[in-house]
Design a protein. Structure first.
Length: 69
């Protein structure tokens, strides 16, 4: 019974470590998303949109949004 408990804890720790690694990779990808200036946004055919509590974003014609710097 004790070995089963130890193996269960090891499996839980490994699963948690895997989830943490995936979360870190996702956060790194989100943090490295490109920013654009308001002038560059309008020059690219986009529209500057104000979002409550989130600042300004550029809404581009292809449906993507980028943070305004």
């Amino acid at each position: 019974m004790r070995i089963r408990r130890i193996l269960g804890l090891a499996l839980a720790a490994a699963t948690l470590a895997g989830v943490s690694a995936v979360g870190a990779v996702g956060a790194g990808a989100a943090a490295s998303s490109p920013n654009i200036s308001g002038d560059d946004c309008t020059a690219a055919g986009g529209q500057v949109v104000a979002r409550p509590y989130a600042g300004y974003v550029c809404s581009l014609p292809d449906g993507t949004t980028q943070a305004i710097t």
